[in-house]
Design a protein around this ligand. Structure first.
Ligand SMILES: CC(=O)[C@@H](O)[C@H](O)COP(=O)(O)O
Ligand SMILES: NCC(=O)COP(=O)(O)O
Length: 250
């Protein structure tokens, strides 16, 4: 089955937050994305609410429940008690735990699974009680043993951090070893029954080689590059372009 596309709304929210006005509307752009065939919506609320606001979460939940009941809500973030309460309030289909510090501009690495083994075991257990699928943000460095720890702590999936791959946009020759390591990480995960998502700095240009190397990729979550394209091509056409890049027939 081709990889699903979950549209990350953080960049839309960040544009909105430039003014004390309700546009561009996260809800309206999310609706257009789902109408154009996105499989779900992703948000990454941070404690300072500089992108998604906590008040956006019930609005997105209601959009999915009322109009697109087949779609999934994926919430990404560092597992604090505050983050848990946000998730408990809106019951996302998937939670992606990310080891980001509030001061970071954006996520820039995956979990050190060995070091956080006990912490992640406890955290995953409480999200599972909410009924959420749990995915863990992971470096795609080919470390098969680390992937086995992700499985042991109870994750359902890993999400490959593709930032270094996306960062090769101006020097594609540097991408080959990074893609190879991402692929080996995915192979190790799939071999032990962990499904694999991917995200960060993915584009219509760099998605097809990633999908070719990881044909069983379950889902991509894409925000920054997709929002940039949406300014040029419109949200609906952009979602269709990214779905084609995921290997979907559109
Ligand atoms: C985990 C990850 O890679 C994304 O959630 C990313 O952090 C998106 O958030 P921003 O677009 O706000 O950086
Ligand atoms: N999990 C990655 C994500 O949701 C979006 O990342 P980006 O496309 O904004 O870099």
């Amino acid at each position: 089955m081709p990889a699903k596309l979950s549209v990350n709304l953080n960049a839309i929210a960040m544009l909105r937050n430039r003014r004390d006005l309700p546009w561009p509307s996260v809800e309206a752009l999310g609706r257009i994305a789902l109408q154009a065939g996105a499989s779900g919506l992703t948000v990454h609320p941070r404690p300072d609410q500089r992108h998604i606001r906590f008040s956006d979460l019930p609005v997105i939940r209601a959009l999915i429940d009322d109009e697109f009941p087949q779609a999934e809500f994926n919430i990404e973030g560092y597992p604090t008690d505050e983050f848990f309460e946000l998730c408990a309030g809106v019951q996302p289909e998937q939670v992606t735990l990310v080891p980001d510090d509030p001061a970071q501009a954006t996520s820039d690495h995956g979990w050190d699974f060995r070091r956080n083994r006990d912490f992640l075991t406890g955290e995953i257990a409480r999200y599972k009680k909410l009924g959420c699928r749990v995915s863990l943000f992971a470096d795609g460095d080919g470390d098969a043993e680390a992937v086995s720890v992700a499985k042991a702590v109870g994750a359902d999936r890993i999400e490959l951090y593709t930032g270094p791959y996306g960062g090769c946009y101006d020097a594609p020759e540097r991408a080959a070893p990074i893609l190879d390591a991402l692929g080996r990480t995915a192979d190790a995960a799939i071999a032990i029954g962990l499904a694999v998502n991917a995200g960060h700095d993915l584009t219509v240009a760099n998605l097809p080689p990633l999908i070719k190397r990881i044909p069983d990729l379950a889902e991509t979550s894409i925000g920054h590059g997709l929002t940039a394209d949406a300014l040029e091509f419109g949200m609906a056409e952009t979602v269709r372009r990214f779905r084609r890049a995921c290997g979907q027939s559109v």
